[in-house]
Design a protein around this ligand. Structure first.
Ligand SMILES: [Zn+2]
Length: 253
């Protein structure tokens, strides 16, 4: 697993699967946001950090595995994430098990976040690394949150603003939700010098504003019923597949 230091006490790790990120904050790694995917990466994280607190940005399984390394750490998630897991835990657990089977691994149990401490959004809350500003971000899924680390001025965006993926508008969400979230993220970026996307290496504020503008243009066109060009990586088959899925969500077809 690769780690990159963003500030004296903030590191980002990136998984070999989907470039899913996790953010390690504080002396001794007191707070971990999201988590790695591969079993070896989970084991490596257990060597790097001693968190008191884990936060999940949303309930997609690839963001929920940090408790496999730290089963006793306090779990915190947005109210909507906990509610979604109340409805969909078994289905999300099966998605993880299917992924493990497909990749030759022993199926792992999904850590249970249903009794996690609820985070309100929007809200400011304390943490082992100082105040966190929490904002709701629906659109990719309906349950997302973004976390602004006020001290080091780092925005952990969840599955938005990825330099390696195009927007993913979730089934049941809407382009309007996603656009509203981009507006909130833009506002939060005034206080951030760096953005950690859910997938891909962190980007500086200038690059993040470019990604945001590209995604906004793309989603506004989708919302208008157009079939816009992909905002980036147009030749990549997975992004073309995501684009087709977005068109289906946008048109309700
Ligand atoms: Zn996701």
């Amino acid at each position: 697993m690769h780690l990159r230091q963003l500030a004296p006490e903030v590191w980002v790790g990136i998984s070999a699967a989907w470039q899913t990120t996790h953010t390690i904050c504080g002396r001794g790694g007191a707070l971990v946001i999201d988590g790695p995917i591969l079993p070896g990466e989970v084991a490596a994280l257990a060597m790097h950090a001693r968190p008191d607190v884990l936060i999940a940005t949303h309930a997609d399984w690839d963001h929920l595995l940090a408790p496999l390394a730290f089963p006793n750490a306090d779990r915190r998630a947005g109210r909507a994430t906990i509610a979604r897991l109340g409805d969909e835990h078994d289905q999300i657990a099966e998605e993880l098990a299917a992924w493990d089977r497909a990749h030759g691994g022993r199926p792992r149990g999904l850590p249970d976040w249903r009794l996690a401490t609820q985070l309100d959004a929007p809200a400011v809350c304390g943490s082992p690394v100082g105040p966190l500003q929490i904002f709701p971000t629906s659109g990719h899924t309906h349950d997302g949150i973004a976390v602004l680390l006020s001290g080091p001025e780092i925005l952990v965006a969840g599955d938005y603003l990825s330099p390696c993926e195009i927007p993913s508008v979730g089934p049941g969400a809407a382009c309007a939700d996603y656009l509203a979230s981009l507006g909130r993220l833009e506002h939060m970026m005034h206080q951030a010098r760096c953005v950690v996307p859910g997938h891909g290496w962190p980007i500086d504020a200038v690059r993040a504003r470019t990604v945001l503008a590209e995604d906004r243009r793309y989603l506004e066109a989708l919302a208008d019923g157009a079939a816009p060009p992909l905002p980036r990586h147009a030749a990549a088959a997975p992004q073309q597949a995501q684009h087709r899925a977005n068109l289906i969500v946008a048109t309700g077809a």
